[in-house]
Design a protein around this ligand. Structure first.
Ligand code: UTP
Length: 410
């Protein structure tokens, strides 16, 4: 894109301020800015206008969805595990590590997976995850291809670190990186922000774009060549995360559903976790802040919460279903965040409270795009130790406690 084309594109949507300092930039900076303008997704400005007018979109009719409970799973464990291990041995299962987040709540500068959660010895978050996956590889006697999604902000650091650490014993032939897309940030009036005179303020566009980013990165032919039929997507920050868990894989395949989600029973009605339920008859996840008091506290005749099953960001998707949905627009969430930027005089502004809006798509919305989802209950003490915050709930300390409980040496 040249300058004239950039001017035209920006004039059409009232964003020409992005070129204020164009003439003062070096040739390289000018080219980089034009490239960013070329890549700008103007649809996001419409999303923002709708958000200002209407707020977030309304939900459909919500109803509870039963899970396959732990006792039910245990009764059928052999059957589920055997089906899962077969699929893994046949190379039908891949794992996708979502590691493109900014980890702002934890407040660590480096990629979250590089965080050392050890006490007497180093134990990196990536190490915890890869160890868990290696346990499955050992059982199956076959490697599970591991796809790692990074962002522009942390790609190089992540790759260098894992290389230096020799992928914590994982066979590097089975490790594939891809970078997720970014989205611009806008101020309260919808003006796109600059982080430098020649750079638009962008950030990773949420974890919902992972499959589209895999496709953009040219990984689809690999999935097809290798015959990968299922992808197990999981978050970087749960250090007890079981990946390509044979029981989960087998139960989902045998259920005939196009997707599966690991869930935990809520610890209390107030727990801040998204709940897997039905929306207009198809699976969906309702965030804790979207739940009414009635939904939070409603109970079944046996005393369990009606909306009991919280998601832990560990999902299975059938690759062919993802492919079919690849062209469809996912809901874009507008989130209020702190975004450093330069003002109209070119001075850096470092906000201490949310000052701007970012655009994100979320992997949980992909569940609502599937006809069926197997809700698969797991024991939170064994499988759910998220590291979200530096202190308090879901923090480094609570995760260490759970690692100890599971016999992991810290
Ligand atoms: P979170 O919602 O916890 O976001 O991500 P975060 O960016 O890591 O942390 P905060 O909110 O800034 O504190 C859940 C999972 O989704 C990934 C994260 O890396 C984590 O595994 N994620 C999130 C991405 O891969 N890309 C994104 O754009 C956002």
């Amino acid at each position: 894109m040249d300058l004239t084309q950039a001017r035209e594109k920006l004039a059409g949507c009232g964003q020409t301020h992005l070129l204020t300092w164009y003439d003062t930039l070096t040739e390289r900076e000018q080219d980089a800015l034009l490239e960013q303008i070329d890549a700008l997704d103007l649809h996001l400005l419409d999303v923002f206008a709708d958000f200002l007018n209407e707020g977030e979109t309304q939900r459909g009719e919500i109803a509870p969805l039963n899970a396959l409970t732990i006792p039910e799973i245990n009764e059928n464990l052999e059957k589920f595990e055997s089906a899962g291990l077969d699929a893994i041995r046949q190379g039908k299962v891949g794992a996708v590590l979502l590691a493109g987040g900014m980890g702002t709540r934890l407040g660590c500068e480096m990629p979250k997976g590089m965080f050392d959660i050890g006490v007497n010895q180093p134990l990196y978050i990536f190490e915890c995850l890869i160890r868990n996956l290696l346990a499955v590889v050992d059982r199956a006697g076959a490697y599970v291809p591991l796809f790692i999604m990074t962002s522009e902000k942390n790609d190089e650091q992540t790759r260098t670190f894992l290389k230096e650490m020799h992928y914590f014993g994982y066979n590097k032939e089975y490790v594939h990186f891809f970078v997720q897309e970014t989205a611009p940030a806008v101020d309260e009036n919808g003006s796109i922000l600059l982080e430098e005179k020649g750079r638009i303020a962008t950030s990773p566009n949420g974890n919902g774009g992972w499959f589209a980013s895999m496709v953009n990165a040219g990984l689809l032919p690999l999935l097809k060549r290798e015959g990968i039929e299922w992808l197990n997507v999981f978050a970087v920050d749960n250090v007890l995360q079981k990946i390509a868990d044979p029981a989960f894989v087998g139960a989902t395949i045998l259920s005939g559903a196009a997707s599966g989600s690991k869930v935990v029973s809520k610890s209390s009605p107030e727990e801040c976790v998204g709940v897997l339920c039905l929306e207009d008859g198809i699976p969906s996840i309702v965030e804790y802040y979207e739940m009414t008091e009635e939904m939070r506290t409603r109970r079944e005749p046996d005393g369990t919460l009606s909306y009991n099953y919280g998601v832990i960001l560990n999902y299975l998707f059938r690759t062919d279903c993802l492919e079919r949905l690849a062209g469809e627009n996912m809901p874009v969430h507008v989130v209020h965040k702190k975004v450093p930027h330069i003002d109209q005089n070119g001075n850096l502004v470092t906000p201490d409270k949310p000052n701007a809006y970012k655009f994100e798509t979320l992997v949980l919305d992909m569940i609502h795009m599937q006809d069926k989802c197997l809700s698969f209950e797991v024991d939170r003490q064994r499988e759910f130790a998220p590291v979200k915050n530096a202190v308090g709930a879901d923090s480094v300390e609570t995760a260490r406690e759970l690692l100890r409980l599971n016999g992991v040496a810290l």
